[in-house]
Design a protein around this ligand. Sequence first.
Ligand code: ADP
Length: 366
Amino acid sequence: KKKIAVMTSGGDSQGMSGAVRAVVRQTIASGCIAYAVYEGYEGLVQGGDLIKRMQWEDVRGWLSEGGTLIGTARCMAFMERPGRLTAANNMVEKGIDALIICGGDGSLTGADKFRAEWPSLIDELVTTGKRTKEEVKQFKHLNIVGLVGSIDNDLSGTDATIGCYSSLQRICQAIDYIDATALSHQRAFVIEVMGRHCGWLALMAGVSCGADFVFLPENPPSENWEEEMCSIISKHRKLGKRKTIVIVAEGAHDRQLTHISPDMVKDLLSNRLHLDTRVTTLGHVQRGGTACAYDRMLATLQGVEAVKAVLEATPETPSPVICIVENKIVRKNLMEAVKMTKEVAAQIAAKDFAAAMAGRDAEFAE
Ligand code: ADP
């Protein structure tokens, strides 16, 4: 019976547990044996109890859970070949040669590297006497399939990542709470939301909450942004709006690209417009709570598709990543999606914002 392992890696997001549930159950339903690797690549390197056989009932109730119930970690050892060699040995020991990873672009890059290196890792296990030729006979290829778990919606090639809509929902709820008090006192709030390289959360929160102004890493403010923002906000106030909401994506100041910090915006609103202004950093609330309906659906459909992709893979098939494009679950080339994502991040760093915006929407061959 084929053994398929699932793991979550990198930053957590709502819906990751739902994805694990879908993979485990689809694996069992397909007549295969399911494993979960706990604590991300750390579990793969440490092996033992961190690579656990999973039964149908082990994932009961996981669909609605936030975060990841099998844990996630950042693992330095896996960045180096000796760590990956130990990981390969642990997989051979358990008889696993297929791995479904739910994570961000870093985790998916590591996975594809592992797959590319796999034949040489297996050879090394034999030449160093850790495994016999007989033991590794069936481990010629490693099958890798990616699922994208991220609150930032920052992977090129897919319309939504698992977690982004739950996080957006959380931001909207928080801003609704703030709205109530802002309205009462006619205050202005500058709200910092997550998203280092990608302003999707900030932009969609702006649209969904009717914010007055939004700062994104992809779209730097103009030279005269101060006048622009103040005149828009004054206009809104003159129209009778009793509150002001300005959203700043973490990446708009964190990466020193646009140098817009929430405090700068606050000072401007206080000093120039004489608004009673407060700064609220939403922080990890955005990663918390249960998965919204969309993320439960996405995690389930994509988890099922990931298992199908494993079972249909040949040694020649490049590693796929499971995406959603115009409401259809599709497989795309994992490394192309990662490459495009990195190109967009580089374009933002180089302040080539037009190219970055085009890259975000870009389609590419499967
Ligand atoms: P994310 O998956 O959210 O982008 P990271 O970039 O932190 O998060 O990656 C998570 C983990 O994936 C890292 O701690 C490391 O163990 C592994 N990883 C990331 N990049 C690589 C790489 N180039 N080679 C091997 N492993 C990697």
